[in-house]
Design a protein around this ligand. Sequence first.
Ligand code: HEM
Ligand code: HEM
Length: 213
Amino acid sequence: MKPVYVWEFPVRLTHWLGVLSIVILSVTGFYIGSPFMHATDAESLITAHMRFIHFTAAYVFTVSLILRMYWWFAGNRYARLSQFIPTTAERLRNIRKTAKFYAFCQGNLPYTPGHTGLAGLTYTFLFLLYLIEITTGFAMLSVAHGGGAVWTLFGGWSLSLMSVANLRLMHHLIMWVIWVIVIIHVYTGWENDIVERNGLISSIFSGYKSLDE
Ligand code: HEM
Ligand code: HEM
């Protein structure tokens, strides 16, 4: 086995910025959805503070996603768009073999230095959910803050498709879908690390995976 540098700094940075902001967005979003603390005086403004933290984390989350999307084109071969959208027969085979492994129909994971085919596909789905969260979130924000670029980019067209209450419901439900994916993600990452002995979990901190020479 030898150490191979797979996850470059921008991949690790956007991964952990994403994790941090999703945790903050979920806690504050959950509170915004059903506030439970009582204001002791008119100055308390608890929900206002929660909303402020939510929107601040929302900007960090959005910028981090833009940076990660830029790295699809500027990064090394393990960061590229081809890791997420399968375009070769080899990659499609990898998806089939990884799915068979997780369905207990095959003993070994296919050798994949970067993301496995199935992981890449799952992240594509996750990034789509991120885009929906950003669109519905900024659309709701544009209602509260009136016209401008945010309204043009997110609010106007999405509110012509559905009411703000439905946007809010969709925004809330997707939070749960993201967390279901995260639970499976951490479990399979950990399992992959143990089965393959490739140091996968530490790789998302250090950038290095242990790979067969
Ligand atoms: C993974 C990302 C995100 C998660 C998990 C999340 C979660 C939530 C949740 C659970 C709510 C409460 C919905 C309800 O039940 O009423 C909420 C509200 C809201 N979120 Fe997010 N959110 C995310 C990203 C964003 C983004 C990127 C924006 C963009 C600005 C945003 C803006 C808003 C707004 C405007 C509200 C409504 C606030 C209000 O009604 O006072 N969110 N969010
Ligand atoms: C909110 C929680 C999390 C989310 C949304 C998330 C999301 C993601 C995404 C999108 C990627 C792809 C990275 C890229 O190429 O940009 C990834 C990779 C990875 N994440 Fe997470 N992650 C979360 C938490 C964690 C945690 C807690 C760990 C472990 C301690 C972890 C370990 C990893 C590893 C090892 C990879 C590389 C795995 C592979 O080869 O596919 N993640 N994660």
